[in-house]
Design a protein around this ligand. Sequence first.
Ligand SMILES: Cc1ncc(COP(=O)(O)O)c(C=O)c1O
Length: 448
Amino acid sequence: MQTSTLSETQEIVQENLDYTLFSWSKQKGQNPLAVKHAEGVYLYDYDGNRIIDFSSGLMNVNIGHGNQRITDAVVRQMQEVSYVTPSCVTKVRGELGKKLAEICPGNLNKSFFTLCGATSIDNAIKLARLYTGRHKILTRYQSYHGASIGAMAASGDPRKLPVDAQQAPNFVHFDLPYKYRWEYGEENLLKETVASLERMIAYEGPANIAAILLEGESGSSGCLQYPVGYLNEVRKICNKHGILLIMDEVMSGFGRTGKWFGFENHGIIPDMICMAKGLTCGYIPFGCLQVSDTIAAKYDDVMLALGLTYSAHPVACPAALETLNIYEDDNLIENAAAMGAYVTEQVELLKQKHPSIGDFRTTGLLGCIELVKNRTTKEAMAPFNAKPDEMEVMNKVAAKIKALGMYTFVRWSYIFIAPPLCVTKAQIDEGLAIISEAILIADEATTA
Ligand SMILES: Cc1ncc(COP(=O)(O)O)c(C=O)c1O
């Protein structure tokens, strides 16, 4: 009998490599973390090592890992009924809809339940076009809205470039500069960005534009915050031209930015909200398209041409409802705001020690450090859409972060700091100590 020389962890990893495919990466050379269990802000591998999760999975596990309340809610529901068609109802579906209407501002009172972020976005695009009878959707280049054909075409993220030929039509992108890289005076930033959007709308024909779709706060593109007052101006422009405003709150929603939704930091109310991630915190895949009463009313007497076999999935609904209760019971949204302020203070101190820290931006706990080669020129440690050879330093930084026992999202010159909202000051200190040690590597590559 042949005995395996692989450890349990190696066997698990090998079987995954042999039989499964990995997102957004070359399949060869993968070295994934094998997670056995997780609790709070920590992941544990099969060898018993503890890893601090500084990106809440994919910025979705806002309430933290391993919360028994969700498991209990899901199990209770499964013991009653695991599936009914979307034309049937369960008690919890109505309760969840009611709770979301309470949380959402204005008259955003109606929920169409989806499966994930991309299905929320696709349905928002479809509904905006049906409702307005117009076809164009305006979005930002530096944005990500999902990987389905519609959501990917809406995104400006370079992940869509390999499937460029498959893009869905009628998406128009615009560039939106951000403060750190804007050279023409902060006072001109808002004026210029609004003026260029207005010009673009005139060129495209306002009567052809169904919606402007924007992230509530920028996420994986590098937390590229809106100029102060920008979303307010966008809201006014939308009102003027009968254009709908859709906020993608898939990443920025559910307390991540210190408010229920990212757009609440800007004092506006959109016409639709796309939700996923923090709605169930990844315990069960789920999403929601929240729409205003005004939009919903049109479909009182007209067929609503949207549908999914798993819309309002009975097991996902209690997971979402319990998640929303946990945000409130554990004061997680207040904690996100307080811990965001604490991270900001601490990174300010790190800046004095590390010449490679160019900028740090965070809204609540949706933040990232941007590393630069030179603080004066602001040349990024790795450029936008960096090629493998341009990632040499950042890959070493990422490898060091991993070796020191942290899981977080490192992209181009960005190191994301987006831990679960239950994080404590001590855990932030623990995480920042790891990042500080890792970016010594980047400090060596600076030129000033
Ligand atoms: C802002 C934003 N919108 C949409 C999505 C897509 O969500 P999903 O991967 O659940 O389809 C993501 C995913 O990261 C996201 O960050």
